[in-house]
Structures are given as structure tokens and as C-alpha cells.
Design a protein around this ligand. Structure first.
Ligand SMILES: [Zn+2]
Length: 189
């Protein structure tokens, strides 16, 4: 019964198809979905390359400035590392390893020097006590100005042109970073 009915429908459709070919779109094979490209998109690639170059350049600058400040302050650090930290400009571990954010490449030289002095002072004082800041002030009397610069312009570093004095930005939270790092037994900017 049902089979006969189906045959009837089928033959009806066949007739329709032959009479009105335009009504039925020819069956088109569905192309297999293209696999996503294995390599990163050009934008990402350029970004990674940009960061790599910035790291290399910053490492050279930091090594030079650290040598200068270590000589002056009579201090020694263990290792220098460039990192992609989203909440810290730099940090100093108990082992004497210094970590710097790659975006510091775009900081003015005097601000970079302040960050260096800040970390080197942590080799002596692993805190942000009054005694610690007094040490920073000995080597970097304008440190408050540089801290403020980082607070105001820090967010713009590495995101296009060097920020001008009028540009507004949100700085990384210096004091909050300190607390985060202090819990891990290190100190950061
Ligand atoms: Zn610090």
C-alpha cells in the first residue's frame, strides 16, 4: 500500500522534473570544508616578529644600562630576562633574576633607567619600605616623576607611536603588582 503510494509520488515528481526542469536545481556536490591554514595569520605573524625584534633591542639596551648601574651601585644581578607580562613592568626574584617587560623598549631612557634602579634596589631591599624608596631616591632623585609617567603613559607603550605628554592612558597598577609579587617572594615595579 505505502510502496504503491511512494511509486506514485516518485513518478509524479519525475514528470514534474521533465516538464519544468527549471524548478529543480541540479544537485551540486558539497565541497569539503577547507581546513584552516596551519600558519598564523599575517597580522599575528607581524606582531610576533615585532615583539621578537623589540626584545632583542631591549635586551641590548638593558644589558648596557644594567652594566652601568651595577658598576655605579656596586651590585650584581643573576639573570636578565625579557618577558611579556601584562601586569608588571619588571620584577626581581630572590635569586637576583631581573625580568623586564618587552614594552619598555618604547619608554623614554630616563624612565627605563628608573625601572632598572628600582629593580636593582630590590637586590638589597626586597620590599617597598621607606628605607627602600630612600635608596631609590639616592640613585634616581626624580623617581616620582618617572613613576607618574609610567602610570599615565604606560598603557600606550608598544601600541603605536610613543605617547605624547598629553595622551591619557591607564598605567599598570604599580602597588597592586607589588603585592602580587611580594606574595611570591619577589618584588616588582
Ligand atoms: Zn618594586
Amino acid at each position: 500500500m505505502i510502496g504503491a503510494l511512494l511509486d506514485e509520488v516518485r513518478s509524479f515528481l519525475e514528470d514534474l522534473r521533465s516538464e519544468f526542469p527549471g524548478m529543480f536545481a541540479p544537485a551540486r556536490p558539497v565541497p569539503p570544508r577547507a581546513a584552516p591554514p596551519a600558519r598564523p595569520r599575517p597580522g599575528r605573524l607581524a606582531c610576533g616578529e615585532r615583539r621578537r625584534r623589540a626584545e632583542t633591542e631591549l635586551r641590548e639596551t638593558l644589558a648596557r644600562r644594567l652594566a652601568f648601574w651595577c658598576g655605579k651601585m656596586d651590585l650584581r644581578y643573576h639573570k636578565l630576562r625579557i618577558k611579556d607580562q601584562s601586569t608588571r613592568w619588571a620584577s626581581c626574584s630572590k635569586k637576583g633574576n631581573l625580568n623586564f617587560n618587552w614594552r619598555l623598549l618604547w619608554a623614554p631612557p630616563e624612565v627605563l633607567d628608573y625601572v632598572i634602579v628600582h629593580e636593582l634596589c630590590h637586590l638589597v631591599e626586597m620590599n617597598h619600605s621607606k628605607r627602600y624608596w630612600a635608596q631609590v631616591a639616592v640613585w634616581c632623585p626624580d623617581y616620582k616623576k618617572h613613576r607618574k609617567w609610567l602610570r599615565v603613559h604606560g598603557r600606550d607603550l608598544g601600541r603605536g607611536a610613543r605617547p605624547g605628554p598629553g595622551s591619557a592612558g591607564h598605567a599598570l597598577d604599580v602597588d597592586r603588582d607589588l603585592h602580587l609579587v611580594a606574595q611570591q617572594g619577589a618584588a616588582g615595579v
